[in-house]
Design a protein around this ligand. Structure first.
Ligand SMILES: Cc1cc2nc3c(=O)[nH]c(=O)nc-3n(C[C@H](O)[C@H](O)[C@H](O)COP(=O)(O)OP(=O)(O)OC[C@H]3O[C@@H](n4cnc5c(N)ncnc54)[C@H](O)[C@@H]3O)c2cc1C
Length: 310
């Protein structure tokens, strides 16, 4: 692995973009984590391809980052290249929006309503980027972003840029085939509807208010820590992991500054200077409590970024 070679190969313009030693604490909503060797902001497909190729040539591990709202970064940081997707163009053609993967997802929802398009308001208030939302098939209130995807521009790990349809993602609960493959999602086309913008705006305001009541909006967190459990029978809804955690009595648990959020037992909040080790220990204790009480194994939704896992 040769970071210096990577830096030496950059043009002066590229060098101005690339940031060495940036703290992942500041790039993730949980506010935990040490430095990344290099953070490379990506605004367009060519930049993505160039940084990816240089990292591959120099044998440097890569991680793709959006808004960092579903990530626990290790205290030791990440000794590799973070491709931080910031592509943010937005073009409307009728009911179709072409949107950069780096757009703030919630801002995109607000802008779609301004453009007279409805459909995404269910997801109002989900933090992070459009790219992170699509790759993790983000959802709530019975809907998921995957329902709206027409196609997407991705950079493949072999350096090819291609447009792929929804079938390439294999959308399922909080998961797609692209989450672990190293494909960089750069742009997506979403099909929305010309609907009643006023009632969609009301619905958006309700969703945001609901989140303010139930979620840790004033404390750093990474959203739900564990995935909800499969539905007990076909056609029924998934079972909230939070209910099992509550009944297992995890609400008062904490490790240092990492606490179970009082109003939502499936969320961990950082009340000050939580370390990744404290967060991992707390999550393991929560998981253990559910396993002992219900003989169930919860599966983590939050992605752990470290030298071992990145
Ligand atoms: C308070 C709070 C509430 C939340 N509520 C919800 C909710 O209701 N529903 C829900 O689904 N989630 C929720 N989340 C979790 C999180 O906001 C979503 O998962 C979000 O879509 C992640 O987007 P991101 O850009 O922050 O992705 P990141 O956290 O940066 O990355 C998440 C994963 O996606 C990959 N990735 C990100 N961008 C790209 C890209 N362009 N190309 C390829 N891979 C990429 C990363 O490598 C990583 O594996 C919540 C989080 C918080 C903090």
């Amino acid at each position: 692995m040769d970071v210096q070679q990577f830096l030496n190969a950059l043009t002066p313009e590229e060098r101005d973009l690339v940031q060495p030693g940036v703290s992942l604490r500041g790039l993730t909503t949980l506010r935990v984590g040490g430095p990344a060797a290099l953070v490379c902001p990506v605004h367009n497909p060519e930049q993505a391809r160039r940084f990816q190729a240089l990292a591959t040539e120099n044998d440097i591990p890569q991680f793709i980052l959006g808004g960092g709202s579903n990530i626990l970064a290790d205290d030791q940081g990440f000794d590799g290249v973070v491709l931080k997707v910031e592509a943010d163009r937005l073009v409307q053609q009728g009911e179709v929006l072409t949107a950069g993967a780096g757009l703030d997802f919630d801002q995109l929802i607000a802008r779609s309503l301004d453009l007279g398009l409805t459909g995404l308001e269910f997801a109002s208030g989900i933090p992070g980027t459009l790219g992170g939302a699509i790759v993790g098939n983000a959802g709530c209130y019975g809907h998921e972003i995957g329902e709206f995807l027409l196609d997407a521009v991705v950079l493949r790990p072999d350096g090819r840029i291609e447009t792929v349809g929804p079938e390439a993602f294999g959308f399922r609960y909080r998961e797609t085939d692209l989450r672990e493959t190293g494909h960089v999602l750069l742009e997506a086309r979403l099909r929305l509807q010309r609907g009643d913008v006023h009632s969609a705006a009301d619905s958006r305001a309700e969703k945001i208010a609901d989140r303010r009541r139930k979620h840790p909006v004033d404390l750093p967190s990474a959203g739900s820590w564990f995935r909800n459990l499969p539905a007990p029978a076909p056609g029924e809804r998934r079972q909230a992991a939070g209910k099992f955690l509550e009944q297992a009595g995890v609400q008062q648990m904490h490790e240092g500054d990492a606490h179970v959020f009082a109003k939502h037992a499936n969320m961990i909040v950082n009340t000050g200077k939580a370390t990744s080790q404290e967060v991992l220990t707390l999550a393991a204790r929560m998981k253990q409590a559910v396993s002992e009480k219900f003989d169930l194994t919860l599966i983590e939704e939050v992605r752990y970024l470290s030298d071992a896992t990145g």
